[in-house]
Design a protein. Structure first.
Length: 281
């Protein structure tokens, strides 16, 4: 995890392809979110769609993970295993999609969003929208020469100002030919600290925001992570590329997500600077 790969222009173009499929998959699955659908049905839909596009779900059998996608409902922070649970009115569910494309000798693209099932509570709306904006702020901090700590500091300051907490135990990560690589991207921290960012680096920003405390509780299945106090948790994620001008959101979507309020910036795909980011919201 110490060596950071800087991608060449050819590699970046190949990675754009995997990220494009992941983004399209997330858009597709958003339209399928409804009451009474099981999380295992969502898993099957994602798997079939990914394979039909010539890709492979990166999560399937990764260190023993048994499914093709993570579905984290309500108090589940991350790594929820799809199963027989039927989504219910008022639930929130994060769907975390990672695509490996092409199926051999390819690159990974990783993205997620939290969706509303039916009519959400005010508390659910609050934690989801705080999480969404935290991702925007984290992306706005990315530029050639910035430091990893700048990302976490921006996220933590806003989340805590809104009465929420930032999960410490799980962070963003480098991604490319490897699913998880250096650098780690904490969603908390201090400005002007940590590794310096360099054009050509690719990594995820994926703040996990809790309505209560930030402490985690790992379930007996070895994967599912819940909030210790069982408060609601939400997450949004993009894969980004550091550029000379700022960053490119590789998993930017071509259309809004259904069942999740979407921001116009998420469809732009490129942010040249924090100022440009501000103007695009």
């Amino acid at each position: 995890m110490n060596s950071i790969e800087v991608l060449s222009p050819v590699m970046i173009e190949r990675m754009r392809e995997s990220c494009r499929i992941a983004a399209d998959t997330l858009v597709m699955i958003g339209s399928r979110i409804r009451s009474d659908i099981t999380t295992d049905e969502l898993n099957s839909i994602v798997h079939e769609y990914t394979v039909a596009r010539g890709g492979w779900p990166s999560s399937l059998n990764y260190h023993g993970f048994p499914k093709s996608v993570c579905t984290s409902v309500n108090e589940v922070i991350c790594h929820g295993i799809p199963g027989p649970y039927k989504l219910r009115n008022g639930d929130i569910v994060n769907v975390d999609v990672t695509t490996y494309y092409p199926a051999k000798n390819g690159f990974h693209g990783d993205t997620s969003a939290t969706f509303y099932v039916g009519k959400p509570s005010r508390e659910a709306i609050h934690v989801v929208e705080v999480s969404r904006y935290c991702l925007e702020l984290g992306i706005a901090a990315v530029r050639d020469g910035a430091r990893v700590g700048d990302i976490g500091a921006a996220i933590q300051e806003y989340a805590e100002s809104e009465g929420c907490s930032v999960v410490r135990d799980f962070v963003g990560h480098g991604i490319g030919r490897q699913y998880h690589a250096a650098p780690q991207i904490p969603h908390f921290g201090k400005q002007d600290s940590g590794r310096r960012l360099k054009a050509g680096m690719t990594f995820t920003i994926e703040p996990m925001i809790n309505l209560g405390g930030y402490e985690c509780d790992l379930m007996a299945d070895g994967w599912t992570v819940k909030t210790l106090d069982r408060s609601l948790s939400a997450q949004f994620e993009h894969t980004v590329l550091v550029t000379r001008e700022g960053c490119e959101v590789l998993t930017a979507r071509c259309q809004p997500l259904e069942n999740s309020e979407d921001k116009p910036w998420a469809r732009l795909g490129r942010l040249s600077s924090p100022a440009a980011f501000t103007n695009s919201t």
